[in-house]
Structure formats: C-alpha cells, structure tokens
Design a protein around this ligand. Structure first.
Ligand SMILES: Nc1ncnc2c1ncn2[C@@H]1O[C@H](COP(=O)(O)OP(=O)(O)O)[C@@H](O)[C@H]1O
Ligand SMILES: [Mg+2]
Length: 314
C-alpha cells in the first residue's frame, strides 16, 4: 500500500518583489515527505532553502507571489505553525525572547496549542528541558535565555519546537552558528527526538556532511530548482548530478582537511532575477555542452529518486 504523504509540494514557485527585478526564489518545485521521514534539503546560500520552509509554514511575506500547490494529505487540513509544525531557526540568539524565562517560552507553546494551564505547562517545560539535555532543568526553568550558551539555546529552541508534538519539524540550518562539537551534539539530539516521536523532519543545510548524519533522503536545490533527490545512501554513494558531486567533494575535503578553507565550486549561481533558458548550473558545470545552456533538463527517474541533467541517462 502506498503511504499517504504528510507534505506534498507540486510545482511550487515563489517570486519576491525586489529591485531592480523580482527574485524568482523557487521555480516549480516538486517535493514529497512521508510521515516520519527525514529529508535534508541541501544547497548553497541563496538557492531558496529558507523560502521552501517559509512556504511550507505559510510564513512567506504578504507580497510574495506564490503559484503551485502545497498540501498536507496525512493531516487533512491546513497546519497550524507551533502545533502541527515546529520551526527551528539558524540563530539561537534571535529565536528566543530575551525578557521571558525559558520555561515561560516553552510553556507558552503548550498553553497556546495544547490548552495547558500555566502550572502544568511549567512542569512540562521542566521535562522538555531535561529531554533536550539541559542539566538540572528544575533549577534552570526560570532562567532567561542569556544565562545559557549558544548550544543550550538551540536545545531550548528545539524544546519549544517539539513541545506541542508536531507531525513535522522544520529546521533551517540549525547548527551552522555553532562550533563543530556542539553541532554534532545538536544533530544527535534532533535525530533521537524525531525517531522517538515519529516526527517527520525537513532539515535545511548547505552542508552535505550534516545531511548525511541525519537524513533518510536528500534533495539538492540549485537556483530555486531541484537538481537531484534520492535515498541518502544512494545519493552519497553515487551522486548523479555534477552539482551534487561538487558538493560531496567539498564535504569530503572539509572532513579530511579538518576545517581547511572551502574547495569552492568555481563561478557563482545565476543572479537571483536571471532567467536562463537551459540548466541553471551549466555556466559552472565542468561537463556542460551547448545543449545544457539551451534546453532545460527534464526530471529523469522516479520523483523520489531522480535527477535533472542532460548528461545522465534515465
Ligand atoms: N523577502 C525577500 N525579498 C526579496 N528577496 C528575497 C527575500 N527573501 C529571500 N530573497 C532572495 O531569494 C533567494 C532565495 O533566498 P533563500 O530562500 O533565503 O535562500 P537560502 O536559504 O538557500 O540561502 C535569494 O536570492 C534571496 O536573496
Ligand atoms: Mg536560508
């Protein structure tokens, strides 16, 4: 039997007003997430990753022009952010309110979305702080965010995001502001929590190494379009798109070199407003032919395991 997807994006396009020309941040994105599945969305800065998460959460600015569909078949209704969707952002210093205690902020989610009373919400906040690895949570629950380190704040932000028991956790580069050791701890924490609760995870990252630690499936975004997606083991072992191969080479070089400067991909992504007729990666692709610059490659293979590249056989 085919599983009913939790989330389905069909031909999602997003244009954001900007000067001198509007930014076409997403250009016809198809994406599916099954209940409990852990998908990493990978791409360079500016590829549209955050826009995907905001579109899913219904949090794009009012002036955004959105076309295409976003559905939640397994939920059967529009999701409520906070209750059905948990959101973890990159900056653990910006995502918490500086004047409220961490217990009040976690408790507020339970009061708003689970109809909890304040006394029980505070007790639940203590339990949640313990679950995300804050030591002596009873003693810390009334502390404000500035009494915690960056890594601890990200743990608290995760506690808020999972407090109401959402079906889907959206995490936007949740570890890129943290040092390497803390990064690994936070990824392990996220991994454990979503497995325990059966929560689906959509993790946005620019780093394939981060994706490989946690994802069942990886989707690679380039200039607002998917260029490849597939099961993590397949994509990491035999990447098909030249861009995926380049990202993988960077991740491997970083791992081997222990923090050497990025062996960056030569060139830059197209200007955010540019309309290229062919493959957006062609100008930077070491293998590109004339056809790549002229004709947009269609998606080949399965929707959940395929690639958009003229150079790859179906
Ligand atoms: N509110 C906005 N107004 C105009 N352009 C935006 C806005 N938000 C994002 N963009 C542009 O949309 C593109 C995709 O951005 P984003 O989704 O943030 O990428 P990523 O998260 O992969 O770095 C970028 O070119 C960015 O500059
Ligand atoms: Mg982003």
């Amino acid at each position: 039997m085919r599983l009913v997807p939790l989330l389905e994006l069909r031909g999602l396009s997003v244009r954001l007003p900007a000067e001198p020309v509007p930014v076409h941040a997403l250009r016809g994105l198809d994406l599916e997430l099954l209940p409990g599945e852990r998908l990493a969305l990978v791409g360079e800065s500016g590829s549209g990753k955050s826009t995907v998460l905001l579109a899913i959460a219904g949090l794009l600015p009012d002036e955004a022009e959105i076309t295409g569909g976003r559905r939640f078949p397994a939920l059967g209704r529009e999701p409520t952010p906070g209750r059905d969707l948990g959101l973890v952002l990159q900056d653990p210093f910006a995502s918490l309110d500086p004047v409220l205690s961490v217990g009040e902020q976690i408790g507020e989610v339970l009061v708003a979305h689970r109809g909890a009373r304040w006394a029980e919400a505070r007790r639940a906040a203590v339990v949640l702080l313990g679950r995300v690895g804050i030591a002596e949570p009873e003693a810390r629950v009334d502390d404000p965010p500035h009494r915690f380190s960056g890594g601890q704040r990200q743990r608290i932000a995760i506690a808020m995001a999972i407090a109401a028991g959402p079906r889907l956790l959206l995490a936007d580069e949740p570890t890129s502001a943290l040092d390497t050791v803390v990064q690994a701890q936070i990824l392990d924490l996220l991994d454990g929590l979503v497995r325990e609760q059966g929560t689906a995870l959509l993790l946005v990252t620019h780093d394939l190494a981060v994706a490989s630690r946690i994802a069942d499936r990886i989707a690679v975004l380039y200039a607002g379009r998917l260029v490849e997606s597939g099961p993590a083991f397949r994509l990491l072992r035999s990447p098909r798109h030249p861009y995926t191969r380049a990202l993988l080479a960077i991740a491997r070089a970083l791992e081997a070199g222990g923090g050497e400067p990025l062996a960056a991909i030569p060139g830059a992504p197209p200007e955010p407003g540019a309309e290229l007729p062919g493959c957006s990666f062609a100008p930077r692709c070491p293998l590109a032919s004339a056809r790549c610059a002229e004709e947009r490659p269609a998606w080949r293979g399965h929707p959940r395991d395929g690639v958009a590249c003229h150079l790859v056989g179906s």
